[in-house]
Design a protein around this ligand. Structure first.
Ligand SMILES: [Zn+2]
Ligand SMILES: [Zn+2]
Length: 340
């Protein structure tokens, strides 16, 4: 079969290899669609701190089950599925409590283990989610980034009727926007790019502002109950982390969703002064994945809104380049496979 290999930063190749054999507890999946993520681009550019080169990228994917390892029930054969790309140890206290997304031994397909930019992949059966009727392979590939947004929203404690503020209108910021609207929140988005401000409004934000405008409900000293309940940092840069903390009203929550390549300064005096609850949100669990599939099946997260470009498996590098081109109007670039 064919697969993409990221040998080292900047070096992608398309090569032949043997088909994987599903071990006990695994299923073999013919991949039909795989999203290219900002974190894949970081790995390509050598800016991702946790990649083990060489690696086959791809962690946002869907496909069809074509074989099962020894102890897996064969009723899964032929099922259309998407996959949580997290391989956790399963034994530590965090795994046992259900928080396997923060297992100390976590490996993620596409980063520390080979991912889905290949024709077939073997994955543990317990990381597989059935696609509901009406969700196609493209929708299935969006379940992963949607689950990131849903998990972050759940971490924030924001509830119906409250405002949230999303810093950064990339794919994850837009997923949080959609999930929050589905929950009945009101959403403000702040961006430093005028085009993305417009996009946030198209995706359902109640307000979208450029950095230098004042977002609603953020005046320091007001109780958070009447204004913002939570601020989401979805960029991963020092200036946006600083902004997120400065805009968070007293008593509110700041959720760190962006990926920071190195430590950044945070105005801790404001954290203390306003008893801000600063939380990290990492990946998701199976519950978040199921909620993501519900939102996609219900049309609240529409694949056609997110997927702006598609490329073939043999032209993945073009997809990466689209995502690094500031002039390309990309939201999600999807790798589509023969028969996908
Ligand atoms: Zn991703
Ligand atoms: Zn564990």
């Amino acid at each position: 079969m064919k697969r993409v290999v990221l040998k080292k930063p900047g070096s992608l190749s398309f090569e032949s290899c043997d088909e994987p054999v599903p071990g006990p507890g695994d299923v073999l999946i013919t991949v039909r669609a795989c999203g290219i993520c900002g974190s894949d681009v970081h790995a390509y550019l050598g800016k991702h701190p946790l990649v083990k080169y060489p690696v086959t990228p791809g962690h946002e994917f869907s496909g069809e089950v074509v074989a099962a390892g020894g102890d897996v029930h064969s009723e899964l054969l032929g099922s259309r599925v998407c996959v949580e790309p997290s391989l956790a140890c399963g034994h530590c206290p965090l795994c046992k409590s259900g928080r396997y997304n923060i297992c100390g031994n976590l490996r993620v397909l596409g980063f520390q283990a080979d991912g889905a930019m290949c024709e077939k992949i073997a994955v543990p059966r317990d990381r597989v989610h059935l696609l509901p009727p009406g969700v196609d392979f493209k929708g299935g590939a969006l379940a992963e980034p949607a689950a990131v947004g849903i998990h972050a929203l759940a971490m924030s404690g924001a509830g119906p009727g409250g405002w949230i503020l999303v810093v950064g209108a990339g794919v994850i910021g837009l997923m949080i926007t959609r999930a929050a609207k589905a929950l009945g929140c009101r959403v403000a988005v702040i961006e430093n790019n005028q085009e993305r401000v417009g996009r946030a409004l198209e995706f359902g934000a109640d307000e979208a502002l450029l950095f230098d405008e004042e977002p609603p409900g953020t005046t320091r000293g007001e109780p958070a109950g009447a204004g913002l309940q939570a601020v989401f940092e979805c960029v991963g840069k020092p200036e946006t982390m600083d902004l997120a903390v400065r805009l968070a009203p007293r008593g509110s929550t700041v959720v760190v969703v962006g990926v920071f390549p190195r430590p950044v300064p945070v105005p801790v005096s404001l954290v203390q002064d306003g008893e801000l609850d600063v939380k990290g949100a990492l990946m998701y669990t199976g519950e978040d994945f199921e909620k993501a599939l519900d939102l996609i099946a219900g049309g609240l997260i529409e694949p056609g809104d997110f997927i702006t470009h598609t490329v073939g498996l043999d032209e993945v590098e073009r997809g990466y380049r689209l995502l690094t081109d500031p002039k390309a109007p990309t939201v999600k670039v999807l790798v589509e496979y023969d028969g996908g």
